[in-house]
Write a protein that binds this ligand. Structure first.
Ligand SMILES: Cc1cc2nc3c(=O)[nH]c(=O)nc-3n(C[C@H](O)[C@H](O)[C@H](O)COP(=O)(O)OP(=O)(O)OC[C@H]3O[C@@H](n4cnc5c(N)ncnc54)[C@H](O)[C@@H]3O)c2cc1C
Length: 381
């Protein structure tokens, strides 16, 4: 679908989308290797920072360009099509940094913005082994001590944590969820649990806190109800992570359908009616999910209250389209697609992860289903 669409990235920002596309060509060339070795794509992340993309996301008053969510989403999608682990770690990095810049006290916000511009790395240490998907409702308490709050516990699946200079951490303080920035110190350990099926190079490890003092001055004050924070970049970006994987999966299966000749007919696989019906369905569903995600990103650009419900719909739509297209790839690819040397099997493995990431498909659908059932009743939102 052409970017030349009212809901697509604004024309004045297209050069950023072109920059991402240019860098993505290099990332695609090493994606299989990163999947194989499960090493963090540190070189890709450095190149992204050097291109100026990180800084462009910051507000203008902090040296950025306040890049729109429409462009941001498209950039995540392009990166995910090339190397989804790179896209995942970058999304988490940008998400943690922009939250800390937005929610911290003005002094700390300036400090985090300058760290972000300088190329320091950020990660989200939010999900707990016990809280799982409900990552904004931490169950671990941080107890008040001089200078801050002491946390003993663990956060799980923290993408890119091993190279993080700053972690966004949440914990209960006096029974209420609180957010902190924390620079990993000797009380923070990474446990290498991440031998995963897909997004292998995201290295989403377990982070253990052993009496870690989360410093009081790095605690984010409660948001001002008169000036609500801008939409969260991760909430806006997760649908695009799946859409990029879906793009890559569809491209790989189309290549196979065009190039595989059936001995019985001498025709390509793509000449079979079931394949034509299936790829039509894949294209229609993918385009619909893209349009919905663009609509969601447009709402984010307006800071509209409708953004949050739209994000809850855009994510499961994109997650399921990616999973289904990747699954179709395995059918169309046959034994050739099942080989480790084929990108088809990699897309299939990568497509599973975003559906599990919070909020999972089930959690999103539970919320959307409740809203649908309340429609037209007194409880309607
Ligand atoms: C690749 C990857 C990267 C990640 N990166 C980060 C990161 O950088 N930082 C971070 O903090 N976290 C990260 N996470 C964690 C992620 O966002 C989820 O919070 C975490 O995976 C959920 O915990 P769980 O997997 O144990 O699943 P659970 O929450 O235990 O879910 C298990 C099953 O139960 C369902 N379920 C759970 N709760 C409900 C409910 N209320 N209603 C309906 N169904 C429900 C789920 O849909 C799922 O099917 C990452 C996860 C993955 C897979």
């Amino acid at each position: 679908m052409s970017l030349n669409h009212p809901l697509g990235p604004p024309e004045s920002e297209r050069h950023w989308v072109a920059t991402a596309a240019e860098l993505a060509t290099g990332f695609a060339a090493t994606a299989a290797e990163h999947d194989d070795t499960a090493e963090l794509p540190v070189g890709n992340l450095r190149v992204l920072h050097a291109s100026g993309l990180d800084a462009a996301l910051l507000p203008r008053e902090l040296g950025g360009e306040a890049l729109s969510y429409r462009s941001f989403g498209e950039i995540v999608r392009i990166l995910a099509a090339a190397c989804p682990s790179t896209a995942c770690v970058w999304l988490m990095h940008v998400g943690a940094a922009t939250v800390l810049v937005q929610l911290s006290t003005p002094d700390m916000a300036g400090c985090y913005a300058s760290e972000f511009r300088a190329g320091r790395r950020f990660a989200n240490a939010l999900s707990e082994p016990s809280s799982g998907n409900l990552f904004l409702m931490p169950l671990q308490e941080a107890e008040p001590v001089p200078g801050g709050y002491r946390l003993t516990g663990a956060k799980r699946f923290v993408s890119g944590c091993e190279i993080a200079d700053h972690l966004l951490v949440n914990a209960l303080v006096d029974g209420q969820p609180a957010f902190f920035g924390h620079a990993p110190d000797e009380t923070v350990r990474f446990e290498p649990i991440w031998d995963a099926m897909g997004l292998r190079a995201s290295r989403s490890q377990l982070v253990r806190f052993d009496g870690t003092v989360l410093r009081a001055e790095r605690r984010c004050p409660p948001p001002d109800p008169e000036a609500p924070p801008r939409p969260n970049h991760i909430a806006a970006g997760l649908a695009f992570l799946s859409l990029g994987i879906a793009d890559a999966a569809l491209a790989a299966l189309l290549r196979h359908a065009r190039s595989r000749t059936l001995p019985t007919t001498g025709e390509p696989l793509g000449a079979l009616q079931w394949v034509r019906f299936a790829v039509a369905d894949a294209r229609l569903r993918l385009d619909s999910a893209v349009l919905y995600a663009w609509h969601m990103a447009w709402l984010a650009d307006q800071c509209a209250p409708e953004f949050e419900p739209a994000a809850l719909r855009a994510k499961p739509l994109a997650n399921e389209v990616a999973r289904d297209i990747a699954q179709l790839g395995v059918r169309v690819g046959g034994g050739s697609g099942y080989l480790r040397s084929s990108p088809i099997q990699r897309h299939f493995r990568d497509a599973q992860a975003p559906a599990l990431m919070a909020y999972s498909v089930e959690v999103c659908k539970d919320r959307v289903g409740q809203e649908v059932l309340a429609e037209g009743t007194a409880d309607a939102p």
